[in-house]
Design a protein around this ligand. Structure first.
Ligand code: LMR
Length: 335
């Protein structure tokens, strides 16, 4: 008898504690949108605009809860939470999908994209669009690409030439390409969740990092990094994702409205990202916290030459076709 009661209680507990992955049929569909950056960043603003437009257009049908700053889930557990139905929307950086597809590593290759316009062109073309659907069999559906910005190298010492980075420990996102990039400089890469970057820089656990201006400023990384070199050596971009079981269980008419809203938000995020990053660059400059080092052509070429061997190391995993498609979107002349 006791055993039976225990079994019934355990079953009831399992039902109540395991969230259903499909969109609920009674009452409003709840979309929990978790991310790791501050509200005042391109992604943070995009999440809030998504919530606002859903409230305006799908009131009573869909409600959106936004959890910024790793307050619900962080780098270590957000993808599992998406698969388990504990969260319905994420926008991780493209560097964080390495366990699901190797093709997205193309975005981490140093000095591949000249600027965000080039990234935009790649994402609008066939290969870029194809990558959005490259993880459906792994329980991740890509809904859109959102930009942040080009990454800058920061450190506790001035970095003018690649040799200046030798021996330093740099925080990286969990990406084999980024690890190889710092190995190429004879520096040490150290994977850390975004939520731990400030502390790791402050305590000296790592001495440097690579981030776009918006992430540096919104997380006050400049207050613990006296030197920032304007390398623009890589891109930090996001994929807005959902769980396909959840997404395709949303009634068709509602889903169409959501997709329209996502298009609108994507346009807004991507149009404003560069400006937002430049504004944060100027705020850092005005704060006087850090010296911003700009590179002349020769210095920039030295960084490019030092990091470029990484391309060949990953060509097989990424696919020569994807890399070729990414290279042709650049319009500036280069060596
Ligand atoms: C990082 O970990 O540095 C970034 O992916 C954080 C973010 O979401 O912009």
């Amino acid at each position: 008898m006791f055993k039976q009661l225990f079994a019934v209680a355990a079953c009831a507990l399992a039902i109540t504690s395991t969230p259903a992955i499909s969109a609920q049929q009674n009452g409003p569909i709840v979309i929990k949108f978790s991310h790791v950056v501050a509200d005042d960043t391109p992604k943070g603003q995009g999440a809030l605009l998504f919530k606002k437009l859903v409230e305006e257009r799908l009131s009573g049908k869909v409600s959106v809860e936004v959890y910024p700053n790793s307050t619900l889930f962080g780098d270590a557990d957000e993808m599992q939470a998406l698969k388990d139905g504990k969260v319905q929307m994420l926008a991780p950086s493209l560097a964080k999908f390495g366990n699901y597809t190797k093709q997205l590593q193309v975005y981490d290759l140093p000095f591949l994209f000249d600027d965000l316009d080039a990234v935009n062109r790649f994402q609008k073309r066939a290969k870029g669009r194809q990558l959005l659907r490259s993880m459906e069999d792994k329980g991740i559906t890509g809904l859109a690409y959102w930009h942040n910005g080009m990454k800058q190298l920061s450190a506790n010492k001035a970095l003018y030439m690649p040799a200046d980075a030798r021996g330093l420990k740099f925080r990286i996102q969990p990406s084999d390409v980024l690890s190889a990039q710092f190995n190429q400089l004879s520096a040490t890469p150290q994977v850390l969740p975004f939520a731990e970057v400030f502390k790791a820089l402050q305590t000296g656990e790592v001495q440097g990092a690579e981030n776009p201006w918006s992430n540096i400023y919104s997380k006050k990384l400049n207050s613990v990094q006296p030197y920032i070199t304007e390398t623009n050596h890589g891109v930090l971009d996001y994929m807005l994702v959902s769980n396909p079981t959840f997404w395709y269980s949303i009634p068709h008419a509602t889903r169409v409205v959501l997709e329209g809203i996502i298009d609108e938000v994507t346009y807004s995020v991507n149009r404003q990202a560069e400006e937002a990053n430049q504004a944060d660059r100027n705020r850092i400059l005005a704060s006087g916290s850090s010296q911003i080092i700009t590179l002349d052509d020769q210095q920039r070429q030295a960084w490019r030459d030092a990091m470029k061997p990484v391309w060949a190391q990953f060509e097989k995993e990424i696919g020569a076709d994807v890399m070729q498609a990414a290279q042709v979107v650049n319009r500036k002349s280069r060596n």
